[in-house]
Each structure stands twice: as structure tokens, then as C-alpha cells.
Design a protein around this ligand. Structure first.
Ligand code: TGC
Ligand code: FAD
Length: 406
């Protein structure tokens, strides 16, 4: 049963020091600016202080730590790439990526919460909204005073969102919204939802739906074995009257939500590196200390093979995301390039988590270490924002020119 806590009073913070150190085998730090390194450092410190001590208990008890929302806002984790005049960080895409890496190093559910707010709520309001909408919502979303969610997926339309049934009818002064969205990160606690719905001509439009509008409800999805510290739900619209002022005017069609997904998938490519690094670092430390056959298990060739392969995969993923970040900064990154990075980096993270868990033997399945939690979380990450196979097909289309989706 998912629980929301507004403050940490009922949590017993762990007294174990989070000693995480990130691997940098190819001196990728030399490619980063001082500002980017500073952003990474401040996020890492925040995660060590605010997330690491409570996250195992939250995941264990299925608690969404809502008290962290304004703290993430203070850190600058909401809308880091949105211009400062709207409350964003005005940072470049590599800074955004490094932030997502560090947040997901702490927990994929926390990264979900922050990347939805940044890429799927603030980004469309900034990119497709008018000045009034930007000024009304963005500063409060940046501080975490408002929490948002993004409604694209429906019960019967996941990989194929273009088939969506959620619809709006023009009633003169307002739109009448009907339909339902499924699997929506943050929805049960969100103050507003960016919702994609078809108008009477079948064109997809983006709308800002606010909590409190009559006919709008957000039931929680319970019993998740993955992303247990993130809250997920539905969005149900039963004749919701949405003022015309809440329609995002500057882009419609499936391309609009797809542009948001490009930004979020890019952030996830970095986030997956964070989860992979945490598993690698945990396994490396454990292997150095765990004695079997009178020696640290790190001295056995098979353990060294696992560690060497993990480090190689992390280094490849770092290079992929760093280069993609430079293309994002230049406005040149393509959807297929983003798909490659999201797909590759999640795959390496899942493999690393599995191997790392084996290095810890029986201890690997417990909540004493973060690995099993990362493993379970990554099962969602490999599915949302386009499944592993959908990204393969996006790449297949890029290579051959032939869409194999249908
Ligand atoms: P297709 O025919 O390829 O395209 C339809 C229209 O969309 C345009 N378009 C894009 N425009 C800009 N940027 C992009 N990246 C675009 N991708 C597509 C395209 O040009 C076309 O425009 P127009 O004007 O000609 O109509 O579309 P399709 O229906 O064949 O579907 C293609 C497919 C399968 C690749 C796509 O729909 C897809 O990516 N499916 C996966 C769905 C998905 O990723 N859902 C994510 C939901 S949100 C989420 O999971 C959040 S989790 C958050 C968290 O907790 O972190
Ligand atoms: P389906 O589309 O039914 O796919 C099932 C299987 O069929 C998959 O293996 C898929 O790869 C395969 N498949 C489908 N089509 C093809 C094809 N053409 N060729 C080959 N194989 C195919 N959505 C939102 O809109 N907002 C959110 O905030 C959000 N948060 C989420 C949080 C969590 C924890 C989860 C699990 C999901 C979230 N989603 C969200 C939904 C997510 O984007 C969808 O789950 C995802 O896009 C897949 O859709 P589906 O689950 O309906 O699977």
C-alpha cells in the first residue's frame, strides 16, 4: 500500500555513511566545465544527506517522501535547463544530465519525480505555453511549491500513444475533457497535470489540468515492486471543464509530447549511469572486504572480470551521454541518438546491477545494500519513456527508413 509522508518524523534515518565515489576511468571530468562539476558535487552532497539515509526504508515501506519535494526545489533540481527568469537554473544539458545521474544514484524513483517535473511538466509549459502560463506555473514548479505530472499513456495505449482516446470538446468558453491516463508518475500528489488529448478533429493538444477541477481524480496505483519510493497513479477525467486559457497554444500533434520525451529520455540516459555506478561502487567495496578461502573475494579472477566489465560498460555509457549532451547543447541531438543512449545505458545498468548483486552473494538480496532496490527500479526505467524494444525499433527505423512499429 503506497503511503505519502509530508515529513520524516516516522522514518528512522540510517546511521551508515554513504561513501559513494564515482568512477572516472577515462578522465571524463576533464571534459566538464567547473560549473558542471559544481552542479554534480552539490547534487551528490544533497543525495548523501537527504536521500541515502531514508531511501531504503521508503522503498521497503512504499513511502513517497513528499517532504523532499521543496528540498529538491531548493537544490535546483526542477527545471535546471529552464531560463532563470522563470525560476529555472539556466544551465546547460550536461549539467542537467549530471544532476539526473546523481539523483538516480540515490534512487530511480527520486529521479523519476524530478525528471517528470523538469522535462515533462516545466519543459512543455515553457516550450509550448504562452507567457501567462509560463509566469503562472513555472516559478512555483521550480521551487517545488507545485508538483506536476504528465499524462500521455492510457490503459489501452502505451507504446502507441497516437491511438489515445482521451478527448476534448469545444464548448465555447471552455473544453470538456473526458478519458483516462494510466501509470502516471507523481499523479496522486500532483497539483497539476500536463495532459495530452485529442480535439474533435483528432489533433493532439496539451492542456494544463489543475487539481480541484470538478470531475478530475487521481487514484493511486498500489502494489508496485519497483520504484517504491515514487508515487504512481491514474488520471481520470469525467466531464472536466478546462478553461481555454489552460491549453498549450504553441504546438500540437504527437510531436509535442514526443519532444518532451526526447528531453526526459536524455536525462534518463544519465540517470541509468548513476544507478550503475552505485552498484559498481558497492560491489567493489564489498569485494575488497569480504573474505572467502582466506582472501578478499576481490582477489579472485572471476570477481575481477565482473568488476572490469562493469567499469568498461560504465565508461562507454559516460562517453555516450557526454557526447549526446554536447549535441543537446547545440540543438543537434536526434530522437534516434537519444533512443540509443537511453536503451544502451539502461541495459548496462541492469546487467551491472545483476552482476553486482552476485558479488554480494546472499547479502546482495537484502536492503542493507542498494543493489536489489536499483535492480527492481530499473525494471520500470527499462519500460517507461518507451520500452527497450520500442527504442530498438526507433533505431531500426533510423537505419532502414522503414517503421516496423505496426
Ligand atoms: P510517428 O508516425 O513516428 O510520429 C507521429 C508524429 O510525431 C512526430 N514525432 C516527433 N516530433 C518531434 N520529436 C520527436 N521525437 C518525434 N517523434 C515523433 C512525427 O514527426 C509525427 O508528426 P506529424 O506532424 O507528421 O504527425 O508515430 P507513431 O505513432 O508511429 O509512434 C512512434 C513511436 C512508437 C516511436 C512513439 O510513439 C513512441 O515513442 N512510443 C513510446 C511511447 C512512450 O515513450 N511513452 C512515454 C510515456 S511518458 C513516460 O513514460 C514517463 S515516465 C517518467 C518517469 O517516471 O521518469
Ligand atoms: P505496451 O505498449 O502494452 O507494451 C507491452 C510489450 O509489448 C512491451 O514489451 C513492448 O515493447 C511490446 N510492444 C509494443 N508494441 C510493440 C511493437 N510495435 N513491436 C514490438 N513490441 C512491441 N506514462 C506517462 O504518460 N506518464 C508517466 O508519468 C508515466 N510514468 C510511468 C511510471 C511507471 C512506474 C511505469 C511502469 C510506467 C509509466 N508510464 C508513464 C507509462 C510508460 O510509458 C508505459 O508503460 C510504456 O510506454 C509502455 O506502455 P505499456 O505499459 O502500455 O506497454
Amino acid at each position: 500500500m503506497a503511503v505519502v509522508l509530508e515529513n520524516p518524523t516516522h522514518i528512522s534515518p540510517r546511521n551508515v555513511q554513504d561513501a559513494f565515489e564515482s568512477p572516472d576511468f577515462y578522465q571524463i571530468d576533464d571534459l566538464l566545465t567547473e560549473e558542471q562539476k559544481l552542479v554534480r558535487q552539490s547534487t551528490r552532497e544533497f543525495i548523501k544527506k537527504e536521500v541515502s539515509p531514508i531511501i531504503e526504508e521508503c522503498a521497503d515501506k512504499n513511502i513517497f517522501p513528499k517532504w523532499l519535494v521543496p528540498k529538491f526545489g531548493e537544490l535546483g533540481a526542477f527545471g535546471p535547463s529552464i531560463p532563470e527568469e522563470y525560476g529555472g537554473g539556466g544551465l546547460d544539458y550536461i549539467s542537467y544530465g549530471l544532476m539526473m545521474q546523481e539523483v538516480e544514484r540515490g534512487d530511480s524513483g527520486m529521479r523519476s519525480m524530478t525528471s517528470v517535473q523538469s522535462s515533462l511538466v516545466m519543459y512543455p509549459i515553457y516550450k509550448f505555453g504562452n507567457e501567462e502560463q509560463r509566469k503562472k506555473y513555472l516559478p512555483k514548479l521550480a521551487t517545488g511549491e507545485l508538483l506536476g505530472c504528465f499524462g500521455l499513456t492510457e490503459p489501452n495505449f502505451g507504446s502507441n500513444p497516437s491511438g489515445m482516446l482521451t478527448n476534448i470538446k469545444d464548448m465555447g468558453d471552455y473544453y470538456l475533457l473526458n478519458g483516462a491516463k494510466m501509470w502516471i508518475t507523481n499523479s496522486p500528489e500532483a497539483d497539476l497535470a500536463v495532459v495530452w488529448a485529442k480535439d474533435e478533429s483528432g489533433r493532439i493538444k496539451g492542456l494544463i489540468v489543475e487539481r480541484g477541477m470538478a470531475g478530475f481524480s487521481t487514484p493511486t496505483i498500489h502494489n508496485k515492486w519497483s520504484l517504491r519510493a515514487s508515487i504512481t497513479g491514474e488520471l481520470v477525467f469525467d466531464n472536466v471543464k478546462v478553461p481555454k486559457a489552460n491549453v498549450l497554444p504553441n504546438k500540437d500533434g504527437l510531436g509535442a509530447p514526443m519532444m518532451c520525451l526526447d528531453s526526459a529520455r536524455y536525462g534518463i540516459s544519465w540517470g541509468a549511469i548513476g544507478a550503475a555506478m552505485d552498484c559498481y561502487d558497492t560491489a567493489r567495496r564489498y569485494a575488497m572486504e569480504r573474505i572467502q578461502f582466506d582472501k578478499p573475494i576481490a582477489s579472485f579472477q572471476l570477481i575481477q572480470k565482473k568488476l572490469a566489465e562493469m567499469l568498461t560498460a560504465i565508461t562507454q555509457a559516460q562517453l555516450l551521454s557526454w557526447r549526446l549532451g554536447t549535441l543537446m547543447n547545440e540543438g543537434k541531438a536526434t530522437t534516434a541518438q537519444i533512443s540509443m543512449a537511453k536503451r544502451n545505458n539502461i541495459e548496462i545498468a541492469m546487467n551491472i546491477a545483476r552482476e553486482a548483486r552476485q558479488i554480494l552473494g546472499g547479502m546482495g538480496i537484502t536492503g542493507e545494500y542498494s543493489i536489489m532496490r536499483h535492480m527492481m527500479n530499473l525494471e520500470s526505467v527499462v519500460t517507461y519513456e518507451g520500452t527497450h524494444d520500442i527504442h530498438l525499433l526507433i533505431l531500426g527505423k533510423e537505419i532502414t527508413g522503414i517503421p516496423a512499429f505496426s
